[in-house]
Design a protein around this ligand. Structure first.
Ligand code: G6P
Length: 759
C-alpha cells in the first residue's frame, strides 16, 4: 500500500507537535523539581551552619571561620559557602570560589537588611549560580550573613537537545505507526478493493467474500447493499434492453415501480392483507425474520416502494411486538427499509373467530366447493366483522392526512373493509383482489351473510378475480342478492350511486426471464433420495402444496397407485415426492386431512414397495422458495391436482424454474392456471384412471414435444408475470378515477361522469 504523501506529512507534523509540546512540558516540570531540590539543600545547609558560624563570629578566630567554609569545597553541584559581615564584606569564603562571585551578592545585602533568608540566581563567568543567604545575629544584633552557593548550570539543557530528542521520538512513532497501518489496514484494504472490483465487474478473482475484520463490518454491509442494488439495476437495464431489442414489452420489478409511480401521481398506496410480509420469530437467543413464500410480497414490494407506502397486516410472529414500535410500525425490508409495515394485533379470540372460523371454515370451503361443508357460526361472523373494523381503523389512522390514498385489500379476509373505508374516506381509491374462486350464485347463496359480504365488497372501486368466470359468478351473485344495476358490457355494478368495476387479473410469479444454466442437482434433494430410496429412480414426480383439502392430494395419491396397477413396469422406476406444508392445523378438517394423507402414503407404500424402492415419499414440512426450486428442477413431472383453485402458483413456479425447458406439468382443469397454461397436460383429478394415464403419457412423451410445450408455457408465464398483475391492477384502479372525473361532495363519483350501466 502506498500511503499518500499528504497522510505521511500530516502524521509527521501531528506527532512532532504532540511530542514537542510534551518535551517542553516535561523539561519545565523537571527544572522546577531540580530548582526546588537545590533550594531545599541550600536552606538545610545554611541553617545547619547558622548557629556554629554565629558562635565563631562571636568568640572564634578567622581561621576557624575559613575552616568551616572550606569543608564545602567541590561537593557535586555545591560550589561553596561564604560568610559576610553586616556591611557585605567577605569574612571567609570557600577557597577558589571568590574569583567567581560578585562582591557582595545582592541576596546577602537583602538578607542583612530584612533579617530573613533570601535566594537569587546570577551568572558568574558564563555559569548560572544559585545563592541562598541567611542572616547571622547575636543577642538581637545583626552580624552579617552566611551564603551557600550552587552551580545550577545543569538545570535546563539546551533547546536543541530537546528538539533532537523530540525529532527522534517523532520519527520512531511515525515509523511504527506506518508499519502498523500497513499491516493491519493495508492488506484488508487491498482485499476489499479486489472484492469491490469483482462486485462491480461480476468477474471472479477468487475474492468472493468481503474482508472479515470487524473494523470494516459496517462498511462491507453498506457496500454489499450497494452492489446488490447495482446488480439488480444492471440486470433490469439489460433485461429491458434485451426485451426492447426483441420487440417485447415484458414487465419487470423496475418497470412496475416506474409505471406505478406515474399512475399514482403522488398518492400513497396502502396494502392490507392478513399475512404479513415480514414475520419476526425467536430462534434461541436471537430473532429471525422470515418472509412467507407467497408471491404477494414479490408483487407488492415494488408498488409500495414506488409510493413509500404502508402494508397493514396481522402481526403473528412471537417477536413481532419487540421488533416494532409502540404502534406496531417498522420499516421494511429489514436489510434495506423502503416502506412501512404496520402490524395489527388480534386477540386469540379474535383470530379464532375471524381467521380460523369465518374466513377458513366458512368462506374458504364456500368459495372452493371442494366437498367440505362450510361452517357458519354467528360468533365467528361477529369476530370477522370486528376484525374488519379493526383493520379499517388502523388503515384510517395510517391514511390520516394523506390526499386521495390508494387502498389495495387482499382476499377473502377483508370483504367488509372496502365499504368501511369508503364510508369514512370517500376520496380513497379502493381495490380488493379475491385470491380464491367465486362460486355460482346458488352455492354462495347458502352463506347467511351473503348480502353483507357483497355490500362490503361493493364499497371498492375495483374488484379483481383471477379469471373471467369468477367475475361472472360474482356479478350474477350480486344480481340475485342485492338491489343494484349490473353493467354487463363494462362488467361493473352500480349500487347506491357508487360504481364498482369487476375485472380478471390472473396472478403469477416473478419469472424474470434470466436463463440460468441448470445447476447440479441440489444436495438436499440428493440426500433425501439417498436416504429414502437409496438413490434417484429413473423417473421422479413431484407435488408441492399446503396440506389443504382443496389441493386434491389424496386423489393424486390414488392416481399414482392406479398408475402402478395399470403399468406395473414403473415399479422401482418411478417415485413421487409430495412436499406438504402443514397449514391451518388448528382446524380439525386440516388435522384429519394430514392424517389421511399420511395413512394413504403408508398404505400405498406398504402395498407396492420392493427392496429399497417405494412409490411415495411424503415430506410434511414448510420449505423455503429456494428449497422448493431445487425439487422443481429435479422433477420429471409436477402434479397439480386441485379440486378447485383460484389460480395455483405451484404450476407457474414449476414452469418458471425449468430453465432447461425439460419436465412436464400435469394440471387440474379446475385451477385458474389451466386457463393460461394450455400446453400442460390437463386432467380431472376426480378421474383416477385419467390421472394414471396422463402420468404415463407424460413419462413416455418424446423429449422434443415436452421441450416445445415447456417453451410455450414459459413464454406465457414470463409475459404474464406477477409484475404485470400488479401493474395492470393498479393501472386500472388509477384509470377508473381518471375516466370518471371529479368526486361529488360526499367523495363518490358523480352520476354524469359514471359510465351508464346497460339495462
Ligand atoms: C391462499 C389464500 C391466501 C392465504 C394462503 C395461505 O392462497 O388465498 O390468502 O394467505 O392461502 O394461507 P394462510 O391461511 O396460511 O394465510
Amino acid at each position: 500500500m502506498h500511503l499518500s504523501r499528504r497522510l505521511m506529512f500530516s502524521l509527521f507534523c501531528g506527532v512532532a507537535a504532540v511530542s514537542m509540546a510534551f518535551a517542553v512540558f516535561q523539561v519545565q516540570a523537571e527544572m522546577h523539581v531540580l530548582r526546588d531540590e537545590i533550594q531545599r539543600q541550600a536552606i538545610v545547609l545554611a541553617e545547619s551552619q547558622q548557629g556554629a558560624t554565629e558562635q565563631i563570629l562571636a568568640t572564634g578566630s578567622s581561621r576557624e571561620l575559613q575552616a568551616l567554609v572550606d569543608q564545602y569545597r567541590n561537593r557535586g553541584h555545591l560550589a561553596g559557602m561564604a560568610v559576610y559581615d553586616d556591611g557585605g564584606n567577605t569574612l571567609a569564603i570557600t577557597s577558589g570560589l571568590a574569583s567567581d562571585l560578585p562582591a557582595p551578592p545582592a541576596a546577602v545585602s537583602r538578607a542583612v537588611q530584612t533579617g530573613r533568608g533570601r535566594e537569587d540566581y546570577f551568572q558568574s563567568r558564563g555559569r548560572r549560580m544559585h545563592i541562598f543567604a541567611l542572616p547571622l545575629s547575636r543577642d538581637g544584633r545583626m552580624m552579617g550573613a552566611i551564603a551557600v552557593f550552587h552551580d545550577v548550570a545543569f538545570i535546563g539543557a539546551p533547546v536543541w537537545r530537546h528538539a533532537l530528542t523530540g525529532m527522534v521520538q517523532t520519527l520512531l512513532i511515525v515509523g511504527v505507526t506506518l508499519l502498523i497501518v500497513h499491516w493491519s489496514l493495508g492488506r484488508p484494504l487491498r482485499h476489499m478493493a479486489l472484492w469491490l472490483r469483482d462486485l462491480r465487474t461480476g468477474a471472479i478473482s477468487g475474492v468472493s467474500r468481503p474482508p472479515k475484520e470487524t473494523i470494516f463490518r459496517s462498511l462491507t454491509s453498506e457496500l454489499t447493499q450497494l452492489a446488490t442494488s447495482l446488480h439488480a439495476a444492471r440486470a433490469a437495464a439489460e433485461e429491458e434492453a434485451r426485451l426492447r431489442d426483441a420487440g417485447l414489452s415484458r414487465w419487470t420489478a423496475e418497470r412496475l415501480r416506474i409505471a406505478v409511480q406515474g399512475k399514482l401521481n403522488g398518492s400513497r398506496l396502502f396494502a392490507v392483507s392478513n399475512r404479513e410480509p415480514y414475520e419476526h420469530v425467536h430462534r434461541g437467543n436471537s430473532i429471525a425474520c422470515s418472509v412467507p413464500p407467497s408471491g404477494l410480497v414479490t408483487a407488492l414490494e415494488p408498488v409500495l416502494r414506488a409510493s413509500d407506502g404502508t402494508w397493514v397486516a396481522q402481526g403473528t410472529g412471537d417477536a413481532d411486538r419487540e421488533t416494532a414500535d409502540e404502534f406496531g410500525r417498522l420499516r421494511v425490508p429489514p436489510e434495506h427499509p423502503q416502506y412501512r409495515l404496520r402490524r395489527v394485533w388480534l386477540s386469540e379470540e379474535e383470530e379464532e373467530g375471524f381467521y380460523f372460523g369465518f374466513a377458513n371454515e366458512g368462506l374458504w370451503p364456500l368459495c372452493h366447493i371442494a366437498h367440505t361443508r362450510p361452517v357458519f357460526r354467528t360468533g365467528d361472523w361477529e369476530q370477522y366483522r370486528s376484525a374488519n373494523r379493526k383493520f379499517t381503523a388502523v388503515l384510517l389512522d395510517e391514511m390520516h392526512g394523506e390526499k386521495q390514498p390508494v387502498v389495495f385489500a387482499q382476499d377473502y379476509h377483508f370483504a367488509l373493509l372496502p365499504r368501511m373505508i369508503k364510508e369514512r374516506r370517500p376520496d380513497a381509491r379502493i381495490a380488493i383482489f379475491w385470491h380464491i374462486p367465486w362460486p355460482n350464485p346458488e352455492a354462495f347463496g347458502i352463506c347467511p351473510w351473503q348480502r353483507d359480504l357483497l355490500d362490503g365488497m361493493l364499497g371498492a372501486d375495483l374488484i379483481g378475480f383471477h379469471i373471467q368466470a369468477h367475475c361472472n359468478n360474482f356479478l350474477e351473485t350480486v344480481d340475485r342478492a342485492l338491489e343494484s344495476r349490473i353493467d354487463w358490457e363494462h362488467f361493473a355494478v352500480n349500487r347506491r350511486d357508487h360504481l364498482t368495476t369487476v375485472r380478471p387479473f390472473p396472478i403469477s410469479v416473478a419469472a424474470n426471464g434470466e436463463s440460468r444454466a441448470t445447476p447440479e442437482s441440489s444436495p438436499e434433494v440428493r440426500d433425501l433420495l439417498h436416504r429414502e430410496l437409496g438413490g434417484r429412480p429413473a423417473f421422479l414426480g413431484l407435488g408441492v402444496d399446503r396440506v389443504d383439502y382443496t389441493k386434491g392430494i389424496p386423489e393424486r395419491l390414488r392416481g399414482i397407485e392406479r398408475l402402478f396397477e395399470l403399468y406395473p413396469d414403473y415399479r422401482e422406476k418411478f417415485t413421487f415426492i409430495q412436499i406438504g406444508a402443514p397449514s391451518r392445523t388448528h382446524i380439525k378438517r386440516y388435522q384429519d386431512l394430514m392424517a389421511e394423507v399420511e395413512q394413504e402414503v403408508e398404505r400405498i407404500n406398504r402395498k407396492l414397495r420392493t427392496g429399497a424402492w417405494k412409490p411415495l415419499v411424503f415430506v410434511a414440512r414448510h420449505h423455503s422458495h429456494a428449497e422448493v426450486e431445487a425439487y422443481y428442477r429435479e422433477a420429471d413431472l409436477c402434479l397439480v391436482t386441485s379440486l378447485h383453485d383460484g389460480m395455483n402458483l405451484v404450476a407457474k413456479e414449476y414452469v418458471a424454474a425449468r430453465h432447461d425447458e425439460r419436465g412436464m406439468l400435469i394440471l387440474s382443469r379446475f385451477t385458474g392456471a389451466s386457463h393460461e397454461l394450455a400446453d400442460a397436460l390437463v386432467v380431472n383429478p376426480y378421474d383416477t384412471d385419467e390421472l394414471a394415464q396422463t402420468i404415463h403419457a407424460a413419462l413416455i412423451m418424446p423429449a422434443e414435444e415436452k421441450r416445445i410445450r415447456m417453451q410455450r408455457m414459459r413464454a406465457v408465464v414470463k409475459e404474464h408475470n406477477v409484475y404485470r398483475w400488479a401493474g395492470s391492477l393498479i393501472g386500472e384502479l388509477a384509470e377508473i378515477r381518471l375516466e370518471t372525473g371529479d368526486l361529488t361532495q360526499n367523495g363518490q363519483r358523480s352520476r354524469e361522469d359514471a359510465p351508464v350501466p346497460a339495462g
